[in-house]
Design a protein around this ligand. Structure first.
Ligand code: NAP
Length: 322
């Protein structure tokens, strides 16, 4: 089968189209004919080791010292089940699914095997494969945090990084809970953020929301690389600060913080498959849609990575494979 192989950490041209062996499902696995995958910022960060200094060593230990041990990147996909292992009961041949491959990666290929208990579910009936493929990674992260913040109608929610994969779902989720939503991102993404329902937008290159004196019931930081003290002062008493992409110091400060009833939530690790099902239900109810900026073919994956590296991506970039 055709797949994109990552030769080593580096710029987009470390990604090469190669002919590799088609995987065979184990007894508890399904074989998915991949129709679409995404180029998430996380894929580019892994490919280029573009992470804060403190995470670099950990990433090399986890993923491979000189090159990723998992040669085929791609953390989310949508496709059709082509065959199943003999112990699989949840899925059958022909089911149309979407999935987070996560640390298993492997989506930049014509086929991938996942265990039936992976974060895998029937794809939303009202979405194309491309639209469905860009939901799991950002969507699961967004719902994992916002669900725990118990957002009530009329509450004020600020999403930092609202124009990205996590942020575009977070804005729509917060709106579906009845919140008044402020999206923060770069100038060129603000119209799109308004178009998915944000009530207010802030251009981070012109205004620092942590310095304008306004406070929110919930502040969701999907970006990271920010000061914990700045973020927490933008949270109302009894409100929530959601650290969607914390650095080590943010994590540490978050653990110790307990002032004025402000609650700090971090990612608890892992995502329940039920969250993917909840996302599908919200999509089918018309509450969430995918924002796709550009589409590329499998052969153009390196080019797609180059585009995502520029930071200009609005929402998501998708790779069409079949
Ligand atoms: N997707 C996941 O499942 C997941 C899970 C855990 C952690 N993460 C990590 O979380 C981060 C965000 O993920 P993502 O997939 O949403 O990335 P993304 O699609 O690149 O979105 C991030 C957005 O934040 C914007 N941004 C950058 N600096 C900002 C600032 N100072 N204020 C407000 N907005 C700013 C970016 O715009 P610019 O164009 O200006 O950069 C971009 O629109 C990544 O580092 C990723 O690895 C992702």
């Amino acid at each position: 089968m055709r797949a994109i192989v990552c030769r080593k950490y580096g710029p987009p041209d470390v990604l090469e189209l190669r002919e590799v062996e088609k995987p065979t499902p184990k007894d508890n696995q399904v074989l998915i004919r991949v129709h679409a995958a995404s180029v998430a910022m996380g894929d580019c960060e892994l490919r280029g080791l573009k992470v804060p200094f403190e995470w670099k060593l950990l990433l090399r230990i986890g993923f491979g010292i000189r090159a990723p041990r998992k040669k085929i990147l791609g953390q989310e996909l949508a496709g059709e089940i082509e065959s199943t292992g003999k112990n699989v009961t949840r899925f059958k041949k022909g089911d149309q699914v979407f999935a987070l491959t996560g640390l298993h990666l492997g989506a930049y290929a014509e086929y991938d095997c996942l265990t039936e208990n992976a974060i895998l579910a029937t794809r939303p009936a009202n979405m194309s494969y491309e639209e469905a493929a860009v939901v799991p990674a950002g969507g699961l992260h967004a719902i994992n945090f916002l669900r725990r913040a118990n957002i009530q109608p009329g509450q004020e929610v600020l999403i930092r990084g609202a124009g990205g994969a996590i942020g575009t779902v977070a804005v729509q989720l917060a709106k579906s809970y009845g919140a008044i939503v402020t999206g923060v991102d770069r100038t060129t993404k603000l119209d799109m953020i308004r178009s998915i329902g944000a009530d207010h937008v802030i251009d981070y290159s012109r205004e620092d929301f942590t310095k304008n004196g306004k406070t929110y019931d919930v502040v969701f930081d999907a970006v990271g690389r920010s000061s914990f003290s700045d973020l927490i002062q933008s949270v109302k008493d009894d409100g929530y600060l959601l650290l969607g992409n914390p650095g080590l110091s943010q994590l540490f400060r978050g653990v110790r913080h307990s002032k004025n009833g402000k609650k700090v939530l971090r990612w608890t690790g892992g995502y329940p498959v039920q969250d993917l099902v909840s996302l599908r239900e919200l999509i089918e109810a018309g509450k969430i849609r995918s924002v796709i900026d550009r589409r590329y073919s499998l052969e153009q994956t390196a080019e797609a990575h180059g585009y995502v590296d520029t930071g200009e991506k609005k929402g998501n970039v998708v790779i069409t494979i079949h």
